[in-house]
Design a binder for this molecule. Structure first.
Ligand code: FMN
Length: 372
């Protein structure tokens, strides 16, 4: 399984793991894969601390960071609006609806709203992205990835100057071509099944088209991949490796909310939906009373990014806290981003064990197919 991608990214197995949990990144990178830390929601100090830990723990191993600098968001033209100006754009009707939703589910509000967390809801701006990149480039990261659009040219340039490669997630061929034109080094073809922001085309259909469209740029496939059989399948489609997200949410190292972990354990592949309920852009997540409320045509529509995140971040914290305290309302409302592979994630295991299982199964399948 050691291919060109492994050579380029200095890894043993072409498995990329996206996670917000530094512990998962460390485990995967140490096992010979490539851990990519989701930095979009992080405060700069938080990212700095995580990268310090990874640099110490993963000597000689490969890891990177992931940002969200969308092509379109409220305030982009203005170079990013202030926190106060963004708050002013949130209609009172939306605030009233959200308050009523929490009242209906008897969710107590957290006493002191964490304004730092509210500001982190703005972590998608170009300004914040640049700040995070500057921090990352002081560490031995080997890859910077962007989601939801072409990374700004100066970020690509800055990374390349430091010998760091740049990747981007795409959900359609035309987006892949834009990324290639912009000078991105690695294309992540992410199918509809994926957890988080996702397009409308399935991994099985998207991958071979993107592979052909951007050749000779390397492509890794994402969306629905949680086993070695699925990894072998996308290698057959022309991908040079896999990019995985949901599968790591059910590892011991993952900082997934315990109630969410429990929900995932029992969820089937029919229990997710692609909804604007959590960020304002379509993202696959677990269905819950929260998504039901925002999907109900009788209720206000989710706001565009980043207003929706700003509107809901304190409510989300209250819901998470209530669920943790055993509150019935919080338990009904709580949800999280996850892909259709949630139906395959029925136990919590160490990340290194999950990594080894994917690798071993893929190896066995490839050998078996070779004998046919
Ligand atoms: C909880 C969660 C959060 C995610 N957040 C991001 C993100 O911040 N940036 C990003 O590029 N992708 C994000 N994604 C998408 C992943 O990078 C990855 O493409 C996706 O999880 C692959 O599909 P899978 O979930 O079926 O493995 C997220 C996915 C999940 C499950």
């Amino acid at each position: 399984m050691h291919n060109q991608l492994c050579e380029t990214y200095e890894i043993d197995t072409p498995i990329f793991a996206f996670s917000h949990s530094p512990g998962v990144i460390a485990a995967v990178s140490k096992a010979g894969g490539f851990g990519v830390l989701g930095a979009a929601g992080m405060e700069p100090e938080q990212l700095d601390k995580a990268l310090q830990m990874l640099t110490e723990e993963c000597v000689g191993k490969s890891f990177g960071i992931d940002l969200i600098i969308p092509e379109k968001y409220v305030g982009r033209e203005e170079g990013g609006l202030s926190f106060e100006n963004l708050q002013r754009l949130i209609p009172q009707g939306h605030r009233d609806f959200l308050n009523k939703l929490l009242d209906d589910y008897h969710v107590p509000r957290l006493a002191a709203p964490d304004t730092m967390a509210s500001r982190a809801g703005m972590g998608i701006s170009e300004k914040r992205g640049k700040q995070l990149v500057d921090i990352a480039l002081a560490y031995p990261v080997k890859l910077i990835v962007n989601a939801l659009g072409v990374p700004p040219a100066y970020i690509i340039e800055l990374a390349h100057q430091k010998g760091v490669r740049v990747g981007a997630l795409v959900g359609a061929v035309k987006h892949a071509l834009h990324q290639k034109e912009a000078g991105v080094d690695l294309i992540i073809a992410q199918g509809f099944e994926a957890g988080g922001h996702t397009g409308e085309i399935a991994t099985m259909v998207l991958t071979p088209q993107v592979v052909d469209a951007v050749a000779p740029l390397p492509v890794v496939a994402a969306g629905g991949i949680a086993s070695g059989r699925q990894m072998a399948a996308v290698l057959a489609l022309g991908a040079q490796g896999v990019w995985t997200g949901s599968v790591w949410l059910m590892t011991e190292e993952a900082e997934t909310h315990p109630v969410v972990k429990e929900k995932f354990k029992h969820a089937t592949s029919s229990d997710t939906l692609r909804s604007r309920a959590s960020t304002g852009k379509p993202a696959r997540q677990l269905r819950s009373a929260w998504t039901d409320a925002w999907e109900d045509p009788a209720n206000p529509d989710p706001l565009p990014m980043p207003l929706h995140g700003l509107l809901t971040i304190d409510a989300q914290r209250s819901i998470q806290n209530d669920a943790l305290q055993g509150g019935e309302g919080g338990r009904k409302l709580i949800n999280y981003y996850v892909g259709q592979s949630v139906g395959m994630l029925n136990q919590v295991r160490p990340a290194a064990e999950v990594f080894q299982a994917i690798k071993d199964e893929c190896d066995a399948v490839l050998k078996h197919l070779g004998q046919l």
